[in-house]
Design a protein around this ligand. Structure first.
Ligand code: NHR
Ligand code: GAR
Length: 225
């Protein structure tokens, strides 16, 4: 098919767990707020809830257990081949917990995005909510970014800021941040699917404008889920 603006984009989602962000893509594609189709879901962990969500939506779902590969390089090569077999326009990391090799990242550069539960560049890596609480921060949040070889170091597309409350635990904060994740991640994907968003020379361009370092900062409210 020609690259015509109304053609639905093919989206492959990589998960390792619950897949609530995956669900926001399934729902957004179904209700038309994302001009795409989730064409496959791939998990590096067997038996996770995200695989059930995919099956319930009749989306091909595949488990590729990293433990059955001798090295990260071999796992990533197999993963890349499975992804390519679905000819995706966009690859979405949604709670995907394996660090990807530079070879993998470079194969998909510019069409590989992640959501990270912190206000990057603060707290790359794991345990972001506890780290924000321990630091006494007054706000937390989530960042959608293009994936580059540098872990959680790729340029930001959009951020949502969330007030960090005095009584927050890592769990209460995580659940509030997740609510915002479910809003900003499909939004960023829709910009991509509309052809409005691209990675150019390591910078993010939206509607032909260079975004600031922290991406677009959206003002949104918590939504009933
Ligand atoms: N890979 C690259 N090259 N660049 C990024 O920006 C990536 C990436 C792979 C995943 C998601 C990321 C996050 O949003 C992500 C971004 C896993 C780890 C990790 O330490 C850290 C960050 C992210 C994902 N993983 C351990 C590992 O050895 C395993 C941890 C586990 O299995 O629980 O791969 O936070
Ligand atoms: C989300 O908060 C996501 O930002 C985070 O894991 C959660 C996955 O939830 N991602 C990472 O920490 C990546 N290392 P989900 O499976 O319900 O979408």
């Amino acid at each position: 098919m020609s690259d015509h603006s109304t053609a639905k984009r093919r989206i492959v989602v990589l998960i390792s767990g619950s897949g609530s962000n995956l669900q926001s893509f399934i729902d957004g594609c179904a209700d038309g707020s994302v001009n795409g189709d989730v064409v496959a879901v791939i998990s590096n962990k067997a038996g996770v809830k995200g695989l059930e969500r995919a099956a319930a939506a009749a989306i091909p779902n595949i488990t590729l257990d990293h433990n059955s590969f001798a090295s990260r390089t071999e796992f990533d090569a197999a993963l890349a081949d499975v992804i390519d077999s679905f000819s995706p326009d966009l690859i979405v990391l949604a709670g995907f917990m394996r660090i990807l090799t530079p070879q993998f990242v470079n194969r998909f550069l510019g069409r590989l995005i992640n959501i990270h539960p912190s206000l990057l560049p603060k707290y790359p890596g794991l345990h972001t909510h506890q780290r924000a609480i321990d630091a006494g921060d007054s706000e937390a949040g989530a960042t959608v970014h293009f994936v580059t070889a540098e872990l959680d170091g790729g340029p930001a597309i959009v951020q949502a800021r969330v007030e960090l409350l005095k009584n927050d635990s890592a769990e209460t904060l995580a659940s509030r941040v997740l609510n915002y994740e479910h809003q900003i991640y499909p939004l960023a994907a829709e910009w991509f699917c509309q052809g409005r968003l691209e990675l150019r020379d390591g910078h993010v361009i939206l509607d032909n404008e260079l975004l600031p370092e922290s991406g677009v900062c959206v003002e949104i409210a918590e939504r009933a889920e």
